[in-house]
Design a protein around this ligand. Structure first.
Ligand SMILES: Nc1ncnc2c1ncn2[C@@H]1O[C@H](COP(=O)(O)OP(=O)(O)OP(=O)(O)O)[C@@H](O)[C@H]1O
Ligand SMILES: [Mg+2]
Length: 274
């Protein structure tokens, strides 16, 4: 368990820390992600997941510590880091007034893809994300799931080795969510892309991630495969949601912790009764 990984790390953080004034949002974070993994940062609202991703994507300077991506330091070599990554933020990152094709063209130019390659690359990306038919429709007319897939296509235009997805399935219905996930897994399989994502859906993380790390109040609580973490609770029926609650409440006072446990027990009871 812990931070042991199989294979060469593509991402490593070293005491990565971010403060907002006196408040420590990410506190001496040490994680390593192997090339080709699907890895999730999990934890309650405000745990520091987005802040960590913003530092790793070089959008926010670290207060102290460092991280390397594909061997490049986020503090000393941010432009090489940016060339190695793609990023889909928590909030919408496509332009609603443009078509899907136009959005991708904008990013093809931004990433400096040669003119002769642009058309083919855009067509490939649209095809890959299942958006060929919608290519020339305004994004205003896209569903939430189509927008997410377009954002992923956009972030992959330059074929980065590592892709950051901050809550890629938030707000999507189960069908749209599954479709987004199928495409994420396909990216990993086809291009060997490493994926670092966040989600609040523990079932999703359990099913699809090679390893997950739990953050609580900016600190790393635990990291491992979903199975290892479930086993670590010593209950054969434990779910990843139980792991979440266990680590999220670890740092809370006894009263709050027992409230969580009571809610959980009541829910379990209700589920058994039907
Ligand atoms: N610009 C900022 N100024 C001050 N505090 C901030 C700022 N951005 C984030 N924070 C605080 O840092 C903490 C971590 O926020 P962050 O957005 O990283 O959490 P998160 O784990 O992504 O949460 P969520 O699951 O809700 O997306 C929170 O307490 C948040 O209020
Ligand atoms: Mg967030």
């Amino acid at each position: 368990m812990q931070n042991a990984i199989v294979g060469k790390p593509i991402l490593e953080t070293h005491d990565l820390t971010r403060k907002y004034g006196e408040f420590v949002a990410v506190d001496h974070l040490n994680i390593a992600v192997a090339a080709g993994e699907i890895f999730a940062l999990l934890g309650p609202n405000g745990a520091g997941k987005t802040t960590a991703i913003k530092m790793l994507t070089t959008l926010l300077p670290a207060t102290s510590g460092d991280a390397t991506i594909a061997g490049f330091s986020i503090t000393h070599d941010p432009s090489n880091v940016r060339a190695s990554i793609g990023y889909v933020p928590q909030l919408i990152s496509v332009d609603g007034t443009l078509t899907g094709y136009e959005n991708l063209l904008l990013f093809a130019k931004l990433y400096g893809l040669p003119r002769v390659e642009r058309k083919t690359r855009i067509a490939e990306s649209l095809e890959f994300m299942g958006l060929t038919e919608a290519a020339h429709k305004s994004v205003h007319d896209y569903s939430g799931g189509m927008i997410r897939r377009l954002e992923i296509a956009q972030s992959m235009m330059h074929r980065p080795a590592l892709l950051f997805l901050d809550e890629p399935t938030v707000g999507l219905d189960p069908i749209a969510r599954n479709l987004v996930w199928e495409h994420i897994v396909e990216l990993q399989k086809t291009f060997g892309t490493t994926i670092l994502l966040t989600t609040h859906l523990m079932e999703e993380a359990d099913e699809l991630c090679d390893r997950v790390a739990f953050l609580s109040r900016g600190k790393l609580s635990v990291v491992g495969t979903p199975q290892e973490l479930k086993n670590s609770l010593g209950d054969p029926n434990a779910t990843l949601e139980d792991v979440f609650i266990h680590y999220a409440t670890e740092s809370l006072d006894a009263d709050t912790r027992s409230t969580y446990r009571t809610i959980k027990q009541t829910r379990n009871m209700a589920a058994r009764i039907g």
